[in-house]
Design a protein around this ligand. Sequence first.
Ligand code: ATP
Length: 619
Amino acid sequence: DDLTSDQAALVAFRNAVAPRLTEWNSSNSSPCSWKGIRCSSNRVTHIRLPAIGLYGELPSGVLGNLTALQVLSLRHNFLTGTIPSDLARCTQLTIINLDSNSFSGDIPSAIFSLPLLASLTLSNNNFSGPFPADFNNMTQLNTLYLQYNQLSGEIPDLNNLTNLNNFNVSYNNFNGSVPASLRNMSADSFRGMTQLCGQPLPPCAGAPSSAPAPGIVPSAPTPGNTPSAPVNPSGGGGSSSKLSGGAIAGIAVGSVVGALMILVLLVFFCGKRNAWPKDPATKPMVGAPAMRPGEMAGLPKRSSAYPLGEPVGSGPASVATSSSKKLSFVGNLSRVYDLEDLLRASAEVLGKGTFGTTYKAILETGPVVAVKRLKDANLPEKEFRDKVSELGAMQNPYLVPLQAYYYSRDEKLLVYEYVPMGSLSSLLHGHRGSDHMPLSFEARAGIALSAARGIEYIHSTGPRASHGNIKSSNVLLSGLNEARIADQGLAQLVTTPSLNRSARYRAPEVTDIRKISQKADVYSFGVLLMELLTGRTPSNAVNNEEGVDLPRWVQSVPRDKWKTEVFDLELVKQQTAEQEMVLLLQLAIDCTAQHPDNRPTMYEVASRIDEIFLSVSGQ
Ligand SMILES: Nc1ncnc2c1ncn2[C@@H]1O[C@H](COP(=O)(O)OP(=O)(O)OP(=O)(O)O)[C@@H](O)[C@H]1O
């Protein structure tokens, strides 16, 4: 085992799942300098290749040769099949992260031969089968993420895992009761499984108050869940036939509360029906809208309806409901809804931006989408369609996917996947109620990393490709530490863009937002990093004063005062990762250099944040 055999294994890995990783080239350099690889004592110790389009099955007999490997992170790729059993030979592994791929089959048994494994993330895959009790032998494990798979059966008691701090198995098909050793985990770790019960979830049916017996399913129906037979076919659930008085009272109260909640939800949703305004000229309203767009988002009431199809420019209303008017779907997406469905959907205004108004639309058939109604998009039809198709071809886990668009002379709509967790802007500056959770540095670094990767991807599609409007409301949260970039390429679609709304993020050399460059994106991203680290909005950076420029203010504060004056108090209070905070702020300053040539490339920015994130998260 030496670096030569490590290199051969990496080349075999590349040939199998990463043919486009051409910089992994054995003839020109040591593998230790290859993208995503780290070495120590002349052996490969880290493979970290998140979101670079790996696809296919991991070859067997390859990774097992990397016997000094400590970290394997292949998250957010398109890998399929099972995990080869020879991974068991990588006995130095401490971290495995395979989140967001399409792996299937049982939980790989190879992992149970890894004595040092401290962090295992298999979430967002298609793993199925049981939750092996062998996990109990992995005494070093402090992180176990299995959420969003199809695992089933009962969750074993993990009483040997005394270091387990981070745990999530939500949205699988587990049943029975939560084992005693996991009852102090948060309820969020067990969400989305109606057959699972017991603390921290609602008590199991017939359980004597706080100590539910294993193998008993909840009997109080929740929406979408009907009570079923006891899970334990051997009769372990025998006690379910005799309910204590307390349990019966609990179920009765639970059922009444449940029924009331369903009623409230029904009233709410029925009330929202038809909130999406239709063009009164082309189709009569189906009942008066109970709510106009804007009301739900807490925006001021409009004095009149805001009908889709009302001319944006001049000319007659054009989004008719005739069947000839169709949405165009981008990429390989099949037609799962059409314009008719959008017009029928309940809608609320999410906000009004530079390029138009964005709505959240809940289609009657179930999907939820974000619809952007463009203003000032007067490009000729062919040019518009070509540009939107180019945008649609951009597929990356860190970009909000465009699904479809509608074009007519007077109305242009873009339909995106709806990202439900809100924007970075609302997370940082929104209302902070009593249940507000401070945002850790690790979460901020993770959000910065995903945003940087999204922009890096856009830049990688061509030397002139840029986003043009990087700011915190265009960074949408897709997970605890993750985000996606919205609104890519819109500046190219509009003809008379307003310059005002994003001014505080704009590089000094940019006078027309249609002529932005990659280095201008880097500047805006630097401002966004400062916002993330200071918690201040770029428009009212200091003492809520309009007009104070965030980059200039940050640069005016001496480095030894950053802790007390610059960093968000919430971060300082957490007293962690001080060195990494300084590194990230220094990167923000580099990004906001006055002269574009002095700014790093987005590739360099993402790599530097990657290092920072690695050192705070170990992932
Ligand atoms: N796909 C989406 N999913 C969820 N929320 C979205 C989506 N797209 C946009 N939003 C949210 O909708 C609101 C309005 O967005 P919009 O893009 O219209 O304006 P903006 O981001 O505030 O400004 P700009 O147009 O200058 O980018 C923002 O709060 C944004 O975070």
